[in-house]
Design a binder for this molecule. Structure first.
Ligand code: DQA
Length: 149
């Protein structure tokens, strides 16, 4: 099973960016942690980060036929991107939306996600563990789906 982890704008700055909200782990620390967790359950993962909306759209399109599922932290694009939402609708790859902070306890503009309604579900507020919970959620969904076939 192959899972793509997509990361939106400013997540390349994790570790130094607002550590009170996003913690002290870098994206590289999180990637190494998730790769180990994934290997222990026989899952291949790939990480990609971009500050550019169209690059994330391209990765979602390219995932068709190459990945079984996507875990995405769309960062600020969560709240604005019709293009990312439409890409998920187009490729029909199961996806889980994740956030490090709890977007529902923050500013009003962060409470609304354009992406979550086209995902299986949303995980928000568990710090870097949101990535591991996202992995568990997508793998569980895909394994149950293949058992029911
Ligand atoms: C975030 C929450 C978003 O509102 C914000 O724009 C981010 C990070 C999170 O992981 O908590 O960049 O997605």
């Amino acid at each position: 099973m192959k899972i793509l982890f997509l990361n939106g704008p400013n997540l390349n700055l994790l570790g130094t960016r607002e550590p009170d909200k996003y913690g002290k782990c870098t994206l590289n620390d999180i990637e190494n942690y998730i790769k180990k967790e994934a290997a222990s359950i026989n899952v291949d993962v790939k990480f990609f980060q971009s500050n550019i909306e169209g690059e994330l759209v391209n990765k979602i399109q390219e995932a068709k036929g190459n990945f079984d599922g996507i875990v995405i932290n769309p960062a600020a694009y969560t709240h604005t991107s019709v293009a990312i939402r439409d890409a998920f609708l187009a490729v029909e790859i199961p996806a889980v939306e994740i956030h490090i902070s709890n977007i529902h306890t923050r500013e009003d503009f962060r409470k609304h996600s354009l992406i979550a309604p086209v995902c299986i579900g949303q995980i928000t507020g568990f710090g870097a563990e949101s990535y591991k919970l996202g992995l568990i959620a997508i793998v569980d969904f895909l394994r149950k789906k293949s058992e029911n076939k």
